[in-house]
Design a binder for this molecule. Structure first.
Ligand SMILES: N[C@@H](CCC(=O)N[C@@H](CS)C(=O)NCC(=O)O)C(=O)O
Length: 392
């Protein structure tokens, strides 16, 4: 009983009980307890206040973060991100070496890449066309530890041996413009040309801040046009290279990752053609194929919306390929560049080559006339036809 009493007093102290007094018929004052009934409105009020406070806190923090970010973006807009020259080569073993016996350029290049990345494929196409030898480092697309040394986290990265060390070149179109400018006049050193392609802070169409090489499609001719070239065809070449990056490349992903089965098939082909069995341990391969195929299938749907592709994404692929072919036909030549491929032919070919083993590529060949042009460029690239230009 005493224990019960003690407990009741304890509860009272803790305000769960309300103490009441009454006088009995003997004149003694007695007490009894009742439970305090919390008014419901108090709870609702309290929840309201807490929610409002939480809302203010979350909203305030978000606004503070957004304002901070916007302020930082405004500060950084127009500033230049320095590309750091490396004193030593990062100690990453090459996956393979592409040797061209006719290479006279003296360039020492290492390409950090994914074998099936369209941007990397573009760079390989240009190096192969000009008959330039290079080392390849196959980067694991999920873990990416092979480019851990680089502040730039995308591929391709072309590491170029220069007098003072190693110059990393980031962005496929800048790499191609720089290499083409160097081949045009070898007295322009790679490290000097790199300074002509500054990485500038800008806000993109969606208002997101990013660093971009604004003049990446421009070749550096130092006011002297190469033989047999006009301002008009240089401008056209630039326009179509841009189209390859900004339009054509965007129809690929939703096509090669169209269904989950197609996505798995694509990743299995990536694994084969990228020789992943040789370069990556089994657990990494399993991780990349499963995570990659599922993630890309989901991302493919978003990209389809973002780039406003047709419901039947194959049709968008055929439409763009036909648009390209119509424009070549209007010139009455085999290639966009005339009777030899120019950098825009190489760019579109490189982008397409990255999906060569996918169903989408076979469907494209079967449903459009792209095959004739594609095979003609392939022949030029595989025979290093561009190296002839270097000798003249
Ligand atoms: N503008 C860049 C785009 C490069 C790019 O987006 N590369 C993709 C691979 S296809 C990449 O590295 N994405 C980052 C990632 O895989 O995490 C270029 O032309 O090189």
């Amino acid at each position: 009983m005493a224990v019960a009493h003690k407990f009741a007093r304890f509860l009272q102290r803790t305000r769960f009980l309300n103490k009441n007094y009454y006088t009995n018929e003997n004149g003694c004052t007695r007490s009894f307890c009742t439970m305090i009934q919390q008014p419901k409105t108090l709870n609702i009020k309290r929840i309201g206040v807490i929610s409002a406070a939480a809302g203010v806190l979350v909203g305030g923090t978000y606004a503070y973060y957004k304002i901070g970010k916007a302020r930082k973006s405004i500060d950084l807009e127009g500033t230049q991100q320095e590309t750091v020259l490396l004193k030593y080569k990062p100690p990453i073993p090459s996956s393979r070496r592409v040797i061209s016996p006719i290479d006279t350029t003296g360039l020492k290049l290492t390409l950090f890449q994914y074998q099936t990345c369209p941007f990397c494929s573009k760079v390989r196409t240009v190096l192969d066309y000009y008959g330039i030898s290079y080392d390849v480092v196959e980067v694991n697309p999920v873990l990416r530890k092979e480019i851990g040394w680089s502040p730039y986290k995308k591929v391709p990265i072309l590491l170029t041996k220069v007098d003072e060390g190693y110059q990393p070149l980031n962005d496929s179109s800048m790499i191609i413009s720089l290499i083409a400018s160097h081949l045009y006049d070898k007295s322009y050193k790679v490290e000097d040309l790199a300074n002509f392609y500054p990485n500038i802070g800008i806000l993109d169409e969606e208002g997101n801040f990013k660093f971009e090489i604004i003049n990446k499609y421009f070749l550096m001719f130092n006011n002297q046009l190469p033989k047999n070239r006009t301002i008009n065809d240089i401008t056209e070449e630039r326009k179509w290279r841009k189209w390859a990056d900004e339009v054509f490349v965007h129809v690929l992903s939703p096509n090669v990752y169209r269904t989950i089965d197609e996505s798995y098939k694509t990743f299995r082909w990536f694994s084969d053609v990228g020789n992943w069995e040789e370069y990556f341990p089994l657990w990494e391969r399993i991780l990349v194929v499963n995570v990659g195929a599922t993630a890309m299938w989901l991302i493919g749907k978003k990209l389809k919306k973002k780039h406003r592709l047709k419901n039947d994404v194959r049709q968008s692929l055929y439409d763009e390929a036909n648009f390209w072919l119509r424009n070549i036909r209007a010139r009455g030549t085999t290639f966009m560049g005339g009777n030899k491929p120019d950098l825009s032919d190489l760019a579109v070919y490189g982008v397409l080559k990255s999906i060569e083993g996918c169903d989408a590529f076979q469907d494209l060949r079967a449903n459009t006339k792209i095959g004739d042009w594609y095979d003609a460029v392939k022949e030029q690239v595989d025979t290093h036809a561009g190296s002839m230009k270097l000798r003249n």
